[in-house]
Ligand binder design. Structure first.
Ligand code: LLP
Length: 418
């Protein structure tokens, strides 16, 4: 059965709705720019992955890097989600949201000594080591602390995820993990280190992956390593396949959780060790929209027309960084013909462009627009460039909404400065 993804932002006669709340009514309360998220969409996306893997022992470790606003983390915890953290900061935020460090995996190229020591002391469930050197640092720190560090090794399988080069991580030209050929020996050489307990194997080949084949291939490689390690006498508790499941930014479903599960489950069944999944984007991506107001309209003699928004690359970096596509819809569309618009931000950078030649009905100053599918890697990648203050975030649940992060103020920003 092909389970349909729930898309929370839908047009209605009175304007765009998020679930049962009018987006315009939210903008009137919190102003713009603002991020709006749907709790229902997060529940539905989480359930979609959980259901797809229902027949196999699995744990969903949500990748906080996609969006770690506390209220969203509490929601995910209530659904049975666990944590994939990429820094000590994310671990602490997850703890504030009520997660137990034992339910966390900690991944990340370049963990500092302080981060490693803090993670061991906190009892993080699995630290995914990125190198033999990191394993050795973990071993000596754990010994000093009188603890046993629970570890896995992240392998680099040299597989092309066929995603954007900036978000592909599984090629040998990328900085991530240890070469797959060396992994078995790295485990074997440290088998008798008493301050390390090898509990798993880990791979993550990239993000926004839209074909099952590279994910299946990565699973095959990792499962084969896990079998070798079992032969060598390691009692592995899990196989961690990382994240990477892409979402349909253009509106056409590309790779569903069912198709993903169907591609990797036959591989996993070769070892029958529980699987850890680290989805980020697939859980929160469709749930969010960036709401913004048109602050200027410019028409050049060659016919090019620009709608300048009050949101730009400071609120949403993805288009400037990856040339990524996001659907943009007017909150209250004007009737009449569509024409080609360049939708741009207010930042003094020519890459501050959300869309070029986008076919849209007429836009006027003060109109509201929504940049869709921005729940993942939107608010978390925002910056204060141009001394702009971070946008507020709002969580809609059915017919109600709540401000889950207020707008940053001048005092918030200057509090750090002398
Ligand atoms: N696990 C690890 C070890 C990761 O590095 C990542 C993402 C994930 C899980 C979650 O991947 P997801 O399921 O969200 O694809 N800023 C970029 C995406 C960077 C992803 C980095 N790693 C973007 O906006 O597209």
């Amino acid at each position: 059965m092909r389970r349909l993804v729930y898309l929370p932002f839908q047009p209605a006669p009175a304007g765009l709705q998020c679930d049962r709340v009018s987006v315009q009514s939210i903008a009137e309360v919190v102003g713009t720019p603002a991020y709006v998220y749907s709790a229902r969409a997060i529940r539905s996306a989480f359930a979609g992955i959980d259901t797809a893997f229902a027949e196999y022992p699995h744990a969903i470790h949500y990748a906080l890097k996609a969006n770690s606003t506390l209220a969203l983390l509490r929601l995910l915890r209530s659904l049975g989600g666990r944590v994939d953290a990429n820094s000590w900061g994310e671990i602490q935020v997850a703890q504030r949201a009520g997660f137990d460090p034992a339910d966390m995996v900690f991944t990340g190229v370049g963990k500092t000594r302080d981060e490693l020591a803090a993670a061991i002391a906190a009892g993080v469930g699995t630290i995914n080591a990125e190198s033999a050197g990191e394993l050795d640092r973990l071993a000596s720190m754990a010994a000093q602390l009188g603890r046993v560090a629970r570890v896995a090794v992240r392998v680099n399988p040299d597989i092309d995820a066929r995603s954007h080069p900036n978000i592909s991580t599984g090629l040998k030209s990328n900085k991530f993990g240890v070469p797959i050929q060396e992994a078995r020996a790295i485990y074997a050489d440290r088998r008798s280190v008493s301050s390390l307990k090898f509990v798993g194997v880990h791979v993550h080949i990239g993000s926004q992956i839209t074909s099952a084949e590279p994910l299946a291939r990565a699973a095959r490689v990792l499962v084969s390593l896990a079998r070798d390690l079992c032969t060598d006498g390691f009692a592995l508790e899990h196989v961690d396949l990382g994240g990477g499941l892409g979402i349909a930014y253009e509106g056409r479903p590309l790779l569903t959780p069912q198709e993903y599960a169907a591609a990797v489950l036959p591989e996993l069944r070769q070892v029958n060790i529980p699987v850890v999944l680290e989805p980020g984007r697939a859980i929160v991506g469709h749930a969010g929209a960036l709401i913004s107001r048109v602050v200027d309209v410019k028409r050049f003699p060659d016919g090019r027309q620009f709608a300048v928004l009050d949101a730009g690359m400071t609120e949403l970096m993805r288009p400037a960084l990856y040339g990524s596509f996001h659907r943009i819809v007017p909150v209250v569309p004007r009737s009449g013909d569509e024409s080609a618009w360049d939708i741009v931000g207010p930042i003094c950078e020519s890459s501050d462009v959300f869309a070029r030649d986008r076919s849209l009905p007429e836009l006027r100053v003060d109109d509201l627009v929504a940049v869709l599918d921005t729940g993942a890697y939107g608010a978390v990648m925002a910056s204060n460039y141009n001394r702009r203050f971070l946008a507020p975030e709002v969580l809609v649940d059915d017919d109600r909404f709540e401000i889950i992060r207020r707008r940053q103020t001048l005092d918030d920003v200057l509090a750090l400065e002398s």
